[in-house]
Design a protein around this ligand. Structure first.
Ligand SMILES: Cc1ncc(COP(=O)(O)O)c(C=O)c1O
Length: 442
């Protein structure tokens, strides 16, 4: 039977939905059928303010004409071309455009299809880099508690969110974790970067002393942790991590899947914090979320270590069928142009203080125990209901959607990250609705 795509599908059973309470959803589906600019349209015809840029990815807003046109044109011109031993111009163009946008020194780009694949690629690249230089004992990977690096085995091994790890066996061996940086007793309700916690980077010295620097390939962190519920790096923390990794010859990987492409009001968090890693993982905002694509950016030092041996030989035995896909590349180019032409990163930076004030005005509302922000990111942490963790925030999410506002929750934390095209009136609309939701919570 044909589906009526405008009113919604007629059978919900086949699709096993990712990171979703499937049974709850299927009893009361929340179906989006259209989008434009800052708003989604629901199957029942409501306009819903997108407070989360989809999943932190539609930084330019929805159905932007330049991106749509680029995809349509590319699909009609060159639909697919392999990137193994073959090339097509747009992938090279996009790699150059990314390099030009990235902090100076990020000279090379390896394409993937998602954040998870970018992480997997970067971890493999780090281990292989050391081996290529004759330092093959460096195989250990260091992540951080509460870190989120996607869902593949490498990513969940270095990641630090227990629900994403505990069901999946013993994971990768040779992995250790830094402590997380959340210190609510000292830092609650801080605006921007917290004062306390830089010393937590020194835990890397303890890990080095335990394992030996000569066994450690890389440290991977989100410069600002997003998915765990928005944890900002304490002042001085990233600088210390950089100094310690450099001292011990350990590569530093910034997972910029969320922080990349203007979220903090700068192109990347590395630029925002003035700390240069050896590699950056990206995805999401690279194509405005429209077509799956990710990219790993590396320094020339990392890249050049591979460029040795006979010239007919493959230097890095890694890649995906869709690495640098033509349609994704066209979408990426149009996305970066849209960011530049519309000054969207500048808009995010200009509106960040207004956003911060509006967000922190929620202090004092029922159950609010912390508020955190940076750029166009905000989090409101709620006191969990005793014995029913996550339920209070999930109720807030459901009630917000009823009020035509899309937010995201993780644990008992509400996270917001709107498209960067937002204006002051829409910020007022967002926090006005959220205030009503919070006031009505049990
Ligand atoms: C920091 C970080 N890394 C990796 C990922 C995984 O990206 P994807 O879902 O595209 O695999 C995410 C997704 O939210 C992320 O926030």
């Amino acid at each position: 039977m044909a589906l009526d795509r405008n009113s919604g599908p007629n059978d919900l059973s086949a699709f096993w939905m990712p990171f979703t309470a499937n049974r709850q959803f299927k009893t009361a589906p929340r179906m989006l059928v259209g989008a434009e600019g800052m708003y989604y349209r629901t199957a029942d015809g409501r306009q819903v303010l997108d407070g989360t840029a989809g999943l932190w990815c539609c930084n330019a807003g929805h159905c932007r004409p330049k991106i749509t046109e680029a995809i349509q044109k590319q699909a009609a011109e060159l639909d697919y071309a392999p990137a193994f031993q073959m090339g097509h111009p747009k992938a090279f163009e996009l790699a150059s455009a990314l390099r030009d946008m990235a902090p100076k020194g990020m000279d090379h780009v390896f394409f993937t299809n998602s954040g998870s694949e970018s992480v997997e690629t970067a971890l493999k690249m780090a281990i292989a880099y050391h081996r290529a230089r004759g330092d093959g004992a460096r195989t250990r990977l260091i992540g951080r508690e509460r870190g989120y690096h996607g869902v593949n085995f490498g990513g969940i091994s270095v990641g630090g969110i227990v629900t994403n790890r505990k069901m999946f066996g013993s994971l990768l061996t040779g992995v250790d974790h830094l402590p997380h940086t959340h210190l609510p007793d000292q830092n609650a309700f801080t605006r921007g970067q917290p004062e306390h916690g830089a010393h937590l980077a020194d835990e890397l010295e303890r890990i080095v002393a335990l394992h030996g620097a000569e066994t450690i390939a890389a440290v991977i962190v989100e410069p600002m942790s997003g998915s765990t519920g928005v944890l900002l790096p304490p002042k001085g923390y990233l600088e210390r991590l950089r100094a310690i990794t450099k001292k011990h010859g350990i590569l530093l990987i910034f997972d910029e899947v969320i922080t990349g492409f203007g979220r903090l009001g700068s192109s990347f968090a590395a630029e925002h914090f003035g700390v240069m890693p050896d590699m950056m993982t990206t995805a999401k905002g690279l194509t405005n979320g429209v077509i799956p694509m990710g990219a790993v950016l590396t320094t020339a030092e990392v890249h050049d270590a591979f460029m040795q041996g006979p010239e007919h030989m493959i230097e890095f035995f890694h890649g995906y069928t869709y690495s640098g896909n033509p349609i994704a590349s066209a979408a990426g180019l149009a996305t970066l142009e849209t960011y530049r032409e519309e000054g969207l990163f500048e808009n995010a930076a200009a509106l960040a203080p207004y956003w911060e004030d509006a967000l922190h005005a929620l202090k004092g509302l029922p159950h609010v125990i912390d508020i955190r922000n940076m750029g166009l990111i905000g989090a409101v942490e709620l006191e969990p209901i005793a014995g029913e963790p996550t339920k209070r925030a999930f109720t807030a999410f459901l009630n917000a959607f009823e009020k035509n506002l899309m937010i995201r929750t993780t644990g008992d934390i509400i996270a917001m990250s709107p498209p960067l095209m937002i204006n002051k009136a829409q910020i007022d609309e967002l926090f006005g609705k959220l205030t009503d939701v919070l006031k009505a919570l049990d």
